[in-house]
Design a protein around this ligand. Structure first.
Ligand code: FES
Length: 280
């Protein structure tokens, strides 16, 4: 763990990270492609889904390499792993480009380890095609991929990368109806921030309804209350000021990433001129 703490604080990696980030954001410019790679359409990040194919193929190949008479099958699986790695790598870099600095430092080593692993597997494939063993290269690839997987696990489970950061806020909202403000104090079609307990809530009023959204962005807790509003009425969206995630104000749907999850809404009712909210 000490090694991981040191890695998270290794500011000397920031120069490289900034250069790589400029390349990634300069290369993947299309909003549609970015949304596709972030997993905005899927409801959670696409990267962990895509890594299943190369990881599964490489691990299975390692098992087959240890069994007699299975060399051809192992070679085919390594070919499958090398062929399916690029989409997973692309999705990973896209997510990485919108992370905080401490996560980016760990992510940089995670991605580098996996890049080396794929290169070792590609070298193993070439060696096999030329009639050489290639098994040593494949197991070297598996070992380096293990380090990459360890760092990826740390990013997800210890540093909450790719997790919906707004979800824990829901549990802090009272289960019973709780007054948050008067209906008269809410302007038409202009979101305002109020709090229920210690939880900031973004309230939005149209002619026919009032919605209450967790105000901290699900991507990296950016303040949606400071975000720009685009569109109007039922189609109005708030754009997070930190990385541009875009959520529809009337139902919390994520329209553009990097967030991959909808922004949580609270239950809302109006009683005696007062707006009340509760945990959904
Ligand atoms: S914090 Fe990253 S998009 Fe909102």
């Amino acid at each position: 763990m000490q090694m991981l703490n040191r890695l998270e604080q290794a500011r000397e990696l920031d120069g490289v990270a900034e250069k790589v980030q400029a390349v990634v954001t300069g290369t993947i410019r299309s909003q549609r492609l970015r949304d596709l790679l972030h997993g905005t359409w899927l409801g959670h990040p696409l990267h962990p889904v895509l890594v299943q194919l190369p990881v599964g193929a490489f691990v299975s190949a390692a098992v087959l390499d240890l069994l007699p008479g299975m060399r051809n099958a192992a070679t085919k699986l390594i070919g499958l792993g090398v062929a399916t790695a690029p989409p997973a790598i692309l999705a990973g870099w896209t997510d990485w480009s919108q992370m905080t600095k401490d996560r980016q430092r760990v992510g940089l080593v995670h991605a580098s380890a996996n890049g080396v692993a794929v290169a070792l597997y590609a070298a193993s494939l070439v060696a096999r095609k030329r009639g050489r063993s290639g098994v040593g290269l494949a197991f070297a690839g598996l070992s380096v991929a293990g380090l990459g997987a360890y760092l990826g696990g740390h990013l997800s489970y210890a540093r909450s990368a790719g997790v919906n950061q707004a979800a824990p806020e829901i549990a802090r909202v009272p289960e019973e109806w709780t007054e948050i403000c008067s209906l008269a104090s809410l302007p038409d079609e202009k979101p305002v921030v109020r709090s229920v307990g210690a939880v900031p809530v973004l309230l939005y009023r149209t002619a026919s309804l009032v919605t209450a959204m967790i105000e901290r962005c699900g991507h990296e807790t950016g303040p949606l209350g400071n975000g720009e509003v685009v569109g109007s009425g039922a189609d109005a969206c708030v754009v997070c000021p930190w990385h541009g995630s875009t959520f529809r104000l009337t139902d919390g749907a994520v329209v553009h990433g990097p967030a991959a999850s909808d922004q949580p809404l609270l239950g809302v009712r109006v009683k005696a001129g007062m707006v009340e909210v509760r945990r959904p």
